[in-house]
Ligand binder design. Structure first.
Ligand SMILES: Cc1cc2nc3c(=O)[nH]c(=O)nc-3n(C[C@H](O)[C@H](O)[C@H](O)COP(=O)(O)O)c2cc1C
Ligand SMILES: CCCCCCCCCCC(=O)C(=O)O
Length: 406
């Protein structure tokens, strides 16, 4: 284990990386990356939510060997965290999504590409193959546009590039109001390319006010079926924040969901994603995988999200800070820091494998200011209780991929 790793003379944790990366960016780009909508309540709470939980370590367990790997989207990931889709990596560094992806491939973690990436999904996937032959999973994010043909072309190209899944972003029928864009008179450079949507060229205006990216505000549950019919890839929904919508997602055939509030860039004032996670996990009851993003900045945050039932985590801003700091190398520094931190937390928590992480490892802040162990209020405990009551509960009622987590 890399206990005393020195990554760089100036960057020892993600907070350092944010500081150093942001310092290299023009104010307007830094604002676009780090900003959120309105008063930033949700953006900030995403991060603070992790501090409302404390860890309950178990000791005297042999942790000579700690295995951080997990299977996600049918492929091995070095640890349970990948790169979330974020527009405009090339604003951080000319290598853009290619640089990010090369670092992801080298580390062996998955990557989702924004439909607004500045390099095509095909080019990004191709570059990664030179590093890590087909080993990591790529996903294509799609903000559904009004023009059906544009949406279908994105899907076709992503499939041809070898993507495993499409992440349909469902939290943005209208784009959120990001005050930083007004305050900094943000505009995208006219040289910036959006090769996944060649139908739209030459950005001229602020993202928030650009009418050409008016999304399909009439996107409703029934249309998810349409995408399922037109894609061979898995269909995931990104932006589920309630038990009710989680149940609907399962009923409408989603292959997985991502608990996300878009990093606080859409509706300000929603729950932090970590606070929404338990109700979603309980509603889904293992029928499909549940992922999370938003506010993850430390290895211990990944541990906490898994303890509350997430199968995998994604980070949006961290790779942008890495790129802004040192291009591909900066993203590698970020991924190495998070991987090593996660491994160390697992060891100190007495967890040898990712499957050993449970809600019993956490205590949550109460209204009296004290921390109380998290009761296993999630569906796994209910299944255990049901098991005790009805010993005949057939194990085939429990999805096999989850039996080992019971
Ligand atoms: C600069 C930026 C651009 C983003 N662009 C997209 C996008 O094109 N599509 C999308 O679904 N989410 C987008 N997101 C949201 C991320 O996918 C993710 O939900 C969020 O960044 C997670 O929060 P975190 O940054 O705290 O990790 C973007 C986020 C940022 C910071
Ligand atoms: C005409 C080209 C416009 C390109 C817009 C790129 C950014 C879209 C918004 C991405 C996003 O979801 C975000 O959170 O930011």
């Amino acid at each position: 284990m890399n206990r005393s790793a020195v990554y760089d003379d100036r960057v020892h944790c993600i907070a350092d990386l944010e500081k150093e990366g942001m310092a290299n960016l023009p104010r307007m780009v830094a604002g676009f990356f780090s900003g959120g909508s309105m008063d930033l309540l949700t953006r900030d709470d995403n991060k603070l939510a992790y501090d409302r939980y404390r860890l309950r370590p178990r000791v005297l367990i042999d942790v000579t060997n700690v295995d951080t790997s997990t299977v996600c989207l049918d492929k091995m990931s070095a640890f349970p965290m990948g790169i979330a889709p974020a527009a405009n990596h090339a604003l951080a560094h000319p290598s853009g999504e290619v640089g990010t992806s090369r670092a992801a491939a080298r580390k062996g973690v998955h990557m989702a590409l924004s439909v607004w990436s500045n390099y095509s999904t095909a080019e990004v996937c191709q570059q990664a193959k030179t590093i890590n032959q087909n080993e990591i999973a790529y996903c294509q994010q799609l903000c559904v546009l009004k023009d059906v043909n544009i949406n279908l072309n994105v899907l076709k190209r992503a499939e041809a590039a070898g993507c495993k899944a499409v992440f349909i972003t469902v939290d943005c029928p209208w784009l959120g109001r990001r005050l930083n864009e007004f305050q900094n008179t943000f505009s995208l450079p006219s040289t910036l390319k959006f090769p996944n949507i060649p139908e739209i060229d030459e950005p001229q205006s602020m993202v928030t006010t650009d009418e050409r990216i008016a999304y399909d505000a009439a996107l409703i549950w029934q249309k998810i079926q349409y995408f399922k019919q037109h894609a061979k890839m898995q269909i995931w929904l990104k932006g589920i924040m309630t038990a009710e919508d989680a149940e609907l997602a399962v009923q409408h055939g989603a292959d997985g969901i991502i608990v996300s509030n878009h990093g606080g860039r859409q509706l300000d004032g929603t729950l932090a994603t970590l606070d929404a996670l338990p109700e979603v996990v309980n509603a889904v009851r293992g029928r499909i995988p549940v992922h999370i993003d938003g506010g993850i900045r430390r290895g211990s945050d990944i541990f906490k999200a898994l303890a509350l039932g997430a199968d995998y985590c994604w980070v949006g801003r961290i790779p942008l800070w890495g790129l802004a700091y040192k291009g591909e190398e900066g993203v590698s520094i970020a991924l190495n820091i998070l991987h090593d931190e996660f491994k160390l937390v697992m060891a100190l928590m007495g967890c040898k494998t990712v499957k050993d992480i449970t809600a019993k490892h956490l205590a949550r802040l109460q209204s009296d200011g004290l921390y109380k162990p998290v009761e296993e209020y999630d569906w796994r405990q209910r299944l255990r209780d049901a098991n005790a009551e009805m010993s005949e509960l057939a194990s085939d009622q429990i999805p096999s991929r989850l039996q080992s987590r019971l």
